[in-house]
Design a protein around this ligand. Structure first.
Ligand SMILES: Nc1nc2c(c(=O)[nH]1)N[C@H]1C(S)=C(S)[C@@H](COP(=O)(O)O)O[C@H]1N2
Ligand SMILES: [Mo]
Length: 222
């Protein structure tokens, strides 16, 4: 599927193609076509139709990875003295942190009072003996495409989590199971879903949406 450089708009994301065509057929297009048609169609092409509990479910690849929890491994590599490969039970045995936050997508939708838990990424990295020249980390998704990056200072200061639960329940596949990044205070595009690799690097790398125009400074204005 060809990808549009724009994140699916919330309106488009709520409407599946079949429903959209049905609406067109019924002549009721005015209820959904409050934006240029091309833009709306490309949003439909790219979007998962799901809206769950106030979240728009996004996946730039057009499909939702279903990772087997038993076979899941998180790799930590790059500029570390002790590269690691962790199972979910090893992640669960690390100190768990919790955060309740308003999840905020830069396109405008928010979900208040979302509660996330999992190990802090800074704690995990500390166990891997980062090299003195390690300055940032790149978080890569098992979807093979999506990445984002934080400086080690940002990981520390924000308390960024490798979230394994949302509202006290294991993450769903739609929300990035079994592990997603959650960066309190930063826009949702930092929150890489289906995390499978964290690589320490000397220089921050530009993430998927930042390469396509989103601000590299992802802090949500307060
Ligand atoms: N792998 C992956 N992670 C991703 C995205 C994506 O398309 N693929 N979209 C990002 C964006 S822009 C947002 S706002 C949130 C949305 O989270 P949700 O799909 O759980 O609602 O996921 C982020 N993480
Ligand atoms: Mo987003």
């Amino acid at each position: 599927m060809e990808q549009s450089p724009i994140e699916p708009a919330p309106e488009g994301a709520r409407i599946g193609r079949r429903l959209f065509l049905g609406v067109l057929g019924a002549g009721a297009v005015i209820t959904v076509a409050n934006r240029p048609l091309g833009r709306m169609l490309s949003a439909l092409e790219d979007a998962s139709p799901a809206s769950i509990g106030g979240f728009q479910i996004y996946t730039v690849t057009g499909s939702i990875p279903h990772l087997d929890p038993a076979r899941y491994r998180l790799r930590v590599d790059g500029l570390v003295g002790r590269p690691a490969t962790l199972t979910l039970s090893q992640l669960a045995s690390l100190p768990q942190a919790e955060v309740t936050t308003t999840f905020t997508c830069v396109t405008g939708w928010t979900v208040p009072h979302t509660r996330w838990a999992g190990p802090r990424i800074a704690d995990l990295i500390a166990r891997c003996a980062p090299s003195s020249n390690a300055h940032a980390l790149v978080v890569a998704s098992a979807d093979g495409v999506y990445t984002d990056s934080l400086t080690l200072a940002q990981a520390e200061a924000t308390g960024a989590l490798l979230a394994t639960t949302l509202d006290d329940r294991p993450l769903s596949a739609d929300h990035g199971a079994p592990v997603r990044l959650l960066v309190p205070g930063m826009y949702g595009y930092k929150s890489v879903k289906w995390v499978d690799r964290i690589t320490l690097v000397a220089k921050e790398e530009i993430g998927y949406w930042e390469q396509r125009g989103y601000p590299v400074d992802a802090y949500i204005p307060t």
